[in-house]
Design a protein around this ligand. Structure first.
Ligand SMILES: NC(=O)c1ccc[n+]([C@@H]2O[C@H](COP(=O)([O-])OP(=O)(O)OC[C@H]3O[C@@H](n4cnc5c(N)ncnc54)[C@H](OP(=O)(O)O)[C@@H]3O)[C@@H](O)[C@H]2O)c1
Length: 278
């Protein structure tokens, strides 16, 4: 596994985590496949996924419940659990309550990293970051971070936070690469890890991109999806959280750690145009 160091600490996070959006429902719970999902999460952990990304929002909390059930079979200290607080819960009291719910559903007394899922301009950032820092001091989260924050907002969050912000989770894949230009260099200079969400673009890349990926996939005896992940992992401080429920997808994604693109191939993909927001 590839690891990234977390700011101001000797702790590290696995650079390939498991995304869990749509596991156990989307906006609301769907319990019809619970057994299957619990088994999938357990198999992912056995395969080497120790970093699991989730949120109170996912399936109205049911995704966290399924993770809680699956991880009860494993040593909690071996896992790195990330959850996120929804933007309607960013007032101080609401945030503490939201984390109460997350911990209960995950059946644990701490998360490893707690993120502000989306900014909410109606709530003072200072109040939210104070509540987040209080949760670090209370031992209910080991690290804090944000998600969907642009560079300016991240700077503001850093300025008002009494605990280090160690992570920003944003949309970043071969086509949606806005984060690459200003945000990523800023995070790198600050020692903040950047988690790329939807790193596979939910399998919706353009034909042009797909062909470029296939050319490289052939060269590296890999799949196009592995090339997408290897490109992100080739960047300092970047973490990926592909979501997969098919076992062969889970295996293929974790194996992308073994693919190291040459600087020339990184450049080809860095400069790829024709389908994304380049
Ligand atoms: N912070 C935020 O606001 C935010 C927003 C969106 C997502 N996220 C997080 O990021 C995670 C990942 O993003 P995402 O779920 O949007 O999309 P994604 O990871 O880009 O794509 C997931 C899709 O790709 C398929 N897939 C996975 N591995 C594959 C492979 N090796 N070959 C072919 N297809 C493969 C999956 O199929 P199967 O499931 O059928 O295997 C699934 O349909 C989420 O699950 C969530 O944890 C965060």
């Amino acid at each position: 596994m590839i690891y990234r160091r977390l700011k101001n600490s000797d702790e590290k996070i696995a650079a390939i985590g498991l995304g869990t959006w749509a596991i156990g429902g989307r906006e609301g719970p769907d319990t019809s496949r619970d057994g299957e999902y619990i088994d999938t999460i357990a198999r992912a952990i056995e395969m080497g996924y120790h970093h699991i990304d989730t949120a109170e929002y996912y399936a109205g909390g049911h995704t966290e419940e399924l993770i809680g059930e699956a991880i009860s079979l494993f040593d909690r200290r071996e896992l790195f659990l990330v959850s996120k607080v929804w933007p309607t819960h960013l007032r101080e009291r609401d945030l503490h309550r939201a984390l109460d719910g997350t911990l209960k559903r995950l059946r644990t007394d701490y998360v490893d990293m707690y993120l502000v899922h989306w900014p909410n301009p109606d709530v003072p950032l200072g109040e939210t970051m104070k509540a987040m820092a209080d949760e670090v001091r209370a031992g209910r989260t080991r690290f804090i971070g944000v998600s969907n924050f642009d560079t300016n907002l991240l700077k503001k969050a850093i300025a008002v936070s009494t605990e280090p912000i160690v992570n920003n989770q944003v949309l970043f894949n071969i086509e949606d690469r806005q984060a690459m230009y200003e945000l990523l260099p800023f995070c790198q200079s600050e020692g903040i890890t950047l988690t790329a969400y939807s790193p596979l673009k939910r399998n919706l890349v353009s034909e042009f991109t797909r062909q470029a990926l296939e050319r490289l996939a052939e060269k590296y005896y890999a799949s196009p999806q592995q090339i997408m992940l290897a490109w992100l992992l080739g960047k300092e401080g970047v973490i990926v959280i592909p979501k997969a429920e098919k076992i062969d997808h889970l295996r293929s994604n974790i194996d992308s750690k073994n693919i190291v693109l040459t600087p020339e191939d990184m450049k080809i993909l860095d400069e790829l145009k024709g389908g994304g927001l380049v």
